[in-house]
Design a protein around this ligand. Structure first.
Ligand code: FAD
Ligand code: UDP
Length: 817
């Protein structure tokens, strides 16, 4: 391979080659003209799945393999180095970026390099193939015949994985046409995240490793090592159980442990050292059979940890094809696919490994031996050619489907304004829907989407407000700034399911919320953390322990934590409680914290470290095009009609429907028959300033009771929008207005329970959402609740069959007033 800088490729610069190999698509629009593969693995590192698959694609179309960027000299400009592999034709492209080129600047530089790369190689409609989600953002602008995410590993569980990897992975999955997984455990982890996921465990080049069964000369560095030899080849990193290796070597000083492979993320000092442990370093793929030929047992001494939870080691079939029996720790995919073979022993402890090796050493060797015949039978159908052919068939299918969509309807059917349903009539024949959903917030939109898209039901969704998206509604204001109509909405969740579900309707902008509180004339972080304490008290606390001791000295023990006051006073003491919580809470709720359930202030933790994020959830991101766009995508279904600006009262007699899904206030539904449930409201004061930035973070809290509002939020921090002007919102708590907050108090809960009992007697109505279930829920909790509610409905078959409307099932107007 030769290295040069951005050379035009004579073979490909001429223009696109013929379409995908073996594709039966009718037109060139249904083909790809090559593959651009984005990978976290260097091409010249270990020879693995990417190399096997890309070399095979390269037999019929140009393949460009893009590695992760390397750091260039300080004054260098971004450049793409390219090298062509003479044997296979694969072009390996490595971006070189100057130091400090990070974040948006990095993506911008990479995006330019990728665009030029595609142009240079004549790739007008390439298949974009991803091993790493980290290069997705920068390659988004490339034209694509289709996107494939070939998920080899749960990279987010690996040591030093960047925290934003999960978010980028979800974005990639949302955008991908096809998702492949490198094993079955991974398949189980990903199959609910995308409609087109397929497991393709790594395969084996049996002829290559079969050479190990012949009389290959022993490599010199191995020849010097006495037998019996227990061998391993592969990357040596946090996935290897080093203590186990040490213990095996200690238990059998008469056996040699041979470790072949590069060291990654570990220092040589981390490795166990004994006279009978030998580290031979990385060998080429071509040389591996020679090593395997002279081992007595092949090892897979994997640690059982998060990094190995989903692995499906390629070496299992390779070792077996080489005629070497295997001992492995209990890796799920090894146990379930190979664990029953006589030639594969599963062992957890050093003692078990030693016993298993002793049994394997006693096995006869040779193609006729029973264990080898059994293993060969299992491998008979396995080959990289076959795996590649099956994958290529999937690729051709999704490329053709994308071509169809392009030729027909647009990919993103996102109407700018909600469609008006021609449905609701006051006279004549009333239209019929399987379900009427009242409220187009998160609860209603999720129910409508599931009922239409999953259960095939015809749905009418209505909202009394003039828009969809409920409290999460956002829009562009008169100045052109994207604002949240009902105060700041920051999406955060620990639920992969909820995040995956919403990712079907939006891409995301990673965003971590930070809040400062205006206290004693200065802005300090809230939640209270070590920085807050140092700033407020002029202290110099340098460790968690010091901050914890500082707080412990102030905290007032509380026998039983019942109220919102107890939560805070018992953690940080009265002074901080009064500074940060008492005034804010009294303004927000018109109640003293001592009269509020402990769950309210428990939402805001106390920290002893310097983490200044408001939330610590796994997924923290904002819908890239805003919430309203996301709702439009959710409700954009031919079986969903949307009617905004109408109250339930106005339509209940104008349509026939089977099931009613109600997401408004439950007490209103039952005509306040037990009296009104208390809610707290807000008045939003939106202001635009003629400057680009108003405050240092998205939200500043004002706990002082003398200030009439609770917090001020500047939207551009949330949305990332660039604009010469900026819009902010003040939140003024209020008794009157829309019901935003259920008020968590025991007596309110008791009153809600009475309404809930009425609801239980109305099985034809489903109550869901923050208002209908009177719960102080965040957006993700409402989505989770709605998805669970839908699943329960399905399970009960209540929506499985289309139920014609029965007049008696429609709630009477009397119940609504
Ligand atoms: P809603 O969004 O309230 O939707 C219910 C809809 O039903 C409304 O649009 C209403 O007009 C309609 N409706 C009611 N009755 C009728 C009727 N009779 N006829 C027709 N339509 C009717 N959550 C977070 O996760 N992160 C945040 O940062 C966050 N910030 C928030 C900030 C504020 C100021 C507020 C008030 C809430 C915040 N939330 C936040 C919570 C979030 O708004 C809710 O969890 C979520 O919007 C609840 O969705 P929902 O569908 O249950 O209710
Ligand atoms: N809170 C407070 N001071 C603050 C922030 C929060 O007293 O600076 C209390 C207050 O009672 C608030 C509750 O903690 O209602 C929950 O705060 P959160 O930010 O979760 O409120 P939300 O975003 O739901 O309005």
């Amino acid at each position: 391979m030769t290295l040069n800088s951005s050379p035009p490729s004579p073979a490909t610069a001429a223009g696109p080659v013929a379409g995908a190999r073996g594709g039966d698509a009718a037109s060139s629009a249904a083909r790809h003209d090559g593959v651009i593969c984005f990978s976290h693995l260097r091409w010249n590192f270990v020879f693995q799945r990417p190399q096997h698959l890309m070399e095979r694609f390269a037999r019929s179309v140009p393949v460009v393999y893009v590695e992760e960027p390397v750091t260039a000299a300080a004054d260098a400009v971004p450049v793409m180095a390219e090298a062509r592999c003479p044997k296979t034709g694969v072009v390996v492209a490595t971006p070189h970026l100057p130091p400090g080129c990070e974040g948006p600047a990095r993506d911008q530089a990479l995006s330019t390099l990728f665009t030029e790369l595609a142009r240079r190689h004549g790739l007008l409609r390439p298949l974009l193939w991803y091993y790493t989600p980290m290069l997705f953002a920068a390659s988004r602008a490339l034209p694509a015949a289709a996107l494939v995410y070939d998920c080899m590993d749960e990279l987010a569980n690996f040591r030093f994985a960047p925290p934003e990897l999960r978010i980028f992975e979800h974005e990639l999955i949302a955008a991908a046409d096809l998702v492949l997984t490198g094993g079955y455990s991974l398949y189980e982890a990903k199959c609910t995240l995308h409609p087109d996921v397929h497991p393709f465990p790594s395969s084996v080049d049996a002829a290559h490793f079969g050479q190990a069964r012949q009389e290959l000369p022993c490599p010199p560095d191995l020849a010097a090592i006495p037998g019996p030899r227990l061998g391993f080849y592969g990357v040596i990193d946090e996935r290897i159980d080093l203590d186990l290796i040490d213990a095996i070597a200690a238990a059998r000083p008469d056996w040699s442990l041979v470790m072949v492979g590069p060291l990654a993320k570990l220092s040589p000092d981390d490795l166990p050292r004994r006279p009978n442990i030998h580290y031979l370093g990385m060998k080429s793929y071509a040389d591996l059979p020679a090593y395997l030929a002279h081992w007595d047992v092949a090892m897979m001494p994997f640690a059982i940890n998060a990094a190995t939870r989903f692995i499906s080691p390629t070496k299992t079939p390779e070792y077996l094809a080489g005629g070497c029996p295997v001992v492995s720790t209990p890796i799920t995919d090894v146990v379930r696919h190979f664990g029953r073979l006589q030639g594969v022993q599963i062992a957890r402890t050093a003692e078990e490994v030693v016993a298993a090796c002793a049994a394997l050493l006693a096995l006869p060797r040779g193609a006729d031996s029973a264990w080898q015949v059994e293993a060969d039978a299992m491998l008979a159908d396995t080959s990289w050619d076959r795996t590649h052919a099956e994958i290529a068939a999937h690729v051709n299918r999704v490329v053709a489907a994308r071509g169809d969509r392009r030729a027909g309807r647009p990919l993103h059917l996102v109407p700018q304004t909600p469609r008006r349903a021609p449905a609701v009539r006051t006279g004549g024949r009333k239209p019929h829907y399987d379900a009427l959903v009242v409220g187009a917030g998160f609860a209603g939109a999720v129910m409508a989407e599931r009922l239409a898209a999953h259960a095939g039901k015809r749905v009418l969704i209505i909202d009394r407000r003039p828009h969809i998206a409920g409290n999460a509604h956002d829009c562009v204001d008169a100045a052109g700034v994207l604002i949240h109509s009902y105060g700041p909405h920051i999406f955060h969740t620990n639920s992969a399911d909820v995040f995956a579900y919403l990712s079907r309707f939006t891409t995301w902008r990673p965003y971590e919320h930070r809040v400062l509180a205006q206290v004693r004339g200065q802005l300090v972080p809230i939640p209270i953390n070590r920085t807050t304490l140092n700033l407020l008290f002029g202290s110099n606390l340098t460790s968690d322990a010091e901050a914890a001791a500082f707080l412990a000295a102030r905290a007032e023990p509380v026998a039983k934590i019942l109220t919102s006051e107890d939560v805070v006073v018992s953690a940080v003491g009265r002074e901080l409680y009064e500074l940060f919580f008492r005034g804010y809470t009294r303004k927000q709720w018109a109640l003293d914290p001592s009269a509020l359930d402990r769950s309210v202030t428990a939402r805001v933790p106390t920290r002893t470290d310097t983490d200044d994020r408001y939330f610590t959830d796994t997924f923290q991101a904002m819908p890239a095009q805003g919430y309203t766009r996301m709702f439009e995508a959710m409700l954009d279904h031919p079986r969903i009609d949307i009617e905004t600006g109408v109250d339930f009262r106005d339509v209940m007699d104008g349509v026939r429907y089977g099931r009613l899904i109600f997401t408004g206030t439950i007490d209103e539904f039952f005509g306040h028959c037990y009296g009104p449930l208390p809610y707290r409201s807000l008045r939003f004061e939106h202001v635009t300033h003629d400057r680009a930035v108003y405050q240092p973070v998205a939200t500043v809290n004002y706990p002082d009771e003398a200030v009439p509002y609770t917090r001020v939020t500047e939207f551009k921090h949330l949305t990332g929008q660039s604009h010469p002007r900026t819009s902010i919102v003040y939140e003024h708590p209020s008794d009157t207005g829309d019901p935003y907050y259920p008020i968590p108090r025991e007596e309110n809960q008791a009153l809600f329970k009475r309404y809930e009992a009425l609801a239980a007697a109305r099985p034809e109505v489903t109550f869901v959402g923050r208002l209908a279930t009177y719960r102080y829920y965040n957006m993700d909790q409402v989505v989770g609740q709605a998805l669970a509610t839908y699943r329960r409905l399905r399970a009960a078959s209540a929506v499985a069959t289309s139920t014609p409307a029965e007049p008696g099932r429609v709630p009477s107007r009397a119940l609504m007033t």
